[in-house]
Design a protein. Structure first.
Length: 167
C-alpha cells in the first residue's frame, strides 16, 4: 500500500490538469443561456465567382453580434441530454495520429452559444473538416475523424439535411 501512495501522489496533478483543460469547454456550454445548432447558406469569407469572373458578395454569419437569421436554413436549440451529447463529442479525446483537412472551407453549419447577450460560435465545414471559432473558443483543438463523424451524425439526428455529407 505504501508503494501506491507515491504513484498516486504523482498522478494526481496530471489528472487535475487534464480534467481542468477539458472542463473549460464543458463549463462554457453548460453555463450558456442557450445553445443553437444551425445550417446556413454561404457566408462572407467564401469566394464565389459568377460566369463573368465577378466576385459575388456574400452575407455575414453574424450581424451586430447576433446570428444572421436571413441565411439560416435549419435550426435547433439543444439542452439537457442533447447538450450533454454535444459536450461529450467535443471533449472526446483525439485518437487519430493524422488529422486530415482540405482547403475548401465553405462552412454551412454553426454551433452558437448565447450568454448574457454575447455570442460565441464554432463555424463548421463538414466537407473539408475545418472549423473556425469566436475568440473565446480558440482553445478548441482540431477534430479527429471520429469526432467529425459523431458531430455530423448529431446534426443529422436533429433533422439537418442542408449540405451534410452522407455518412
Amino acid at each position: 500500500m505504501k508503494s501506491l501512495f507515491p504513484i498516486l501522489f504523482l498522478l494526481t496533478p496530471l489528472f487535475y490538469i487534464s480534467q481542468k483543460n477539458e472542463s473549460w469547454l464543458s463549463l462554457k456550454f453548460k453555463n450558456a443561456d442557450s445553445v443553437l445548432l444551425v445550417s446556413h447558406e454561404d457566408t462572407k469569407g467564401v469566394t464565389i465567382v459568377d460566369d463573368a469572373g465577378n466576385r459575388i458578395p456574400l452575407p455575414e454569419l453574424m450581424i451586430k453580434g447576433k446570428p444572421n437569421y436571413k441565411i439560416i436554413t435549419e435550426r435547433q436549440i439543444i439542452s439537457g441530454k442533447q447538450l450533454d451529447r454535444l459536450i461529450q463529442i467535443l471533449n472526446s479525446p483525439d485518437t487519430s495520429r493524422v488529422i486530415e483537412e482540405s482547403k475548401c472551407y465553405m462552412p454551412h453549419h454553426t454551433i452558437f452559444l448565447f450568454k448574457n447577450g454575447k455570442l460565441s460560435y464554432i463555424d463548421i465545414c463538414f466537407s473539408c473538416r475545418r472549423f473556425e471559432t469566436s475568440d473565446d473558443l480558440y482553445k478548441i483543438s482540431k477534430f479527429d475523424d471520429g469526432k467529425w463523424d459523431e458531430l455530423e451524425k448529431l446534426f443529422s439526428k436533429f433533422g439537418f439535411k442542408y449540405k451534410l455529407n452522407s455518412l
